[in-house]
Design a protein around this ligand. Structure first.
Ligand code: SAH
Length: 249
């Protein structure tokens, strides 16, 4: 279970935090680290020293340009946030994240991503809206922001506790291919198709977005659609696009 949990750091600016994250992960038995557009050199004397023996995770880290690339194959994406945002999103406590993991990771292809933001500005709203749920570590409300690697440590600890206390999965049950959850990449293709279609039929004006796409994202992500269900929805969108009036532009 633990090897299918990915820690994703976005726009990290201090190599020491990358090393300390690797240490926190290795202490808890996690090994899958992705760095999205780091704002520093990931492998430095400081990151290696702060990893204190877990620098193999820093060397093995995948470096990518966007969150989409980092989590394309993930079936559950949870964004860690120190602050509440304008559009409320499903919120989990660190313990609730852990509690969900054994069931989320029964399928061998399932992947869970825990996404962490920049030291100075956290995660953007657009990044948070690409996550199924948000996790907030309950802290002193007057001083709520943890050091990045400390936040990773808390979540990694909950992952390990969940793994230690979980029952072994019943692997005899054959997987029904219809019931495979849609991956992040499949969901993003659907959202792009949905937005295109809503523009084509004149329902959505990107110049006046009024959080329409954010609300539709929240609704769809809450439903946890299966791949088959998303294919049906995309089929409906394709037929709807054919009926859309021709546009002058
Ligand atoms: N100053 C930033 C916080 C940056 S801390 C802000 O105001 O948003 C760096 C990252 O650590 C955050 O993006 C978040 O992913 C994680 N983090 C820090 N404190 C957290 C908390 N209390 N709960 C959940 N995640 C937290």
């Amino acid at each position: 279970m633990l090897e299918r949990i990915r820690i994703v750091l976005i726009g990290t600016s201090h190599p020491g935090n990358i090393g300390a994250t690797a240490r926190a992960m290795h202490n808890m038995g996690l090994a899958d680290l992705s760095l999205v557009a780091p704002r520093c050199e990931p492998i430095t004397a400081e990151s290696v020293s702060r990893a204190s023996g877990a620098d193999h995770l820093v060397h093995a880290a995948r470096v990518v340009g966007t969150l989409e690339e980092a989590v394309a194959d993930c079936t559950l994406t949870v964004g860690a946030s120190a602050r509440s945002r304008t559009l409320p999103w499903p919120m989990l406590s660190p313990r609730e994240v852990g509690d969900r993991l054994p069931a989320e990771l029964v399928e061998p292809d399932a992947r869970v991503a825990l996404v962490f933001g920049r030291e100075d500005s956290g995660l953007t709203n657009a990044e948070l809206q690409r996550c199924h749920a948000h996790v907030h570590i309950p802290t002193n409300p007057d001083f709520s922001s943890l050091n990045l690697a400390a936040a990773v440590q808390v979540l990694a600890y909950e992952c390990r506790q969940a793994w230690l206390t979980s029952e072994p999965a019943d692997t005899d049950e054959p997987t029904n291919p219809d019931q495979v959850l849609a991956s992040h990449a499949e969901l993003e293709h659907y959202f792009a198709h949905l937005e295109r279609t809503l523009v084509a039929i004149g329902f959505h004006d990107p110049a006046k977005p009024r959080q329409l796409m954010a609300r539709l994202r929240r609704f769809t992500l809450r439903a946890r659609p299966e791949r088959m269900e998303l294919n049906i929805l995309r089929g409906i969108l394709t037929e709807t696009e054919k009926l859309a009036p021709p546009r002058d532009d």
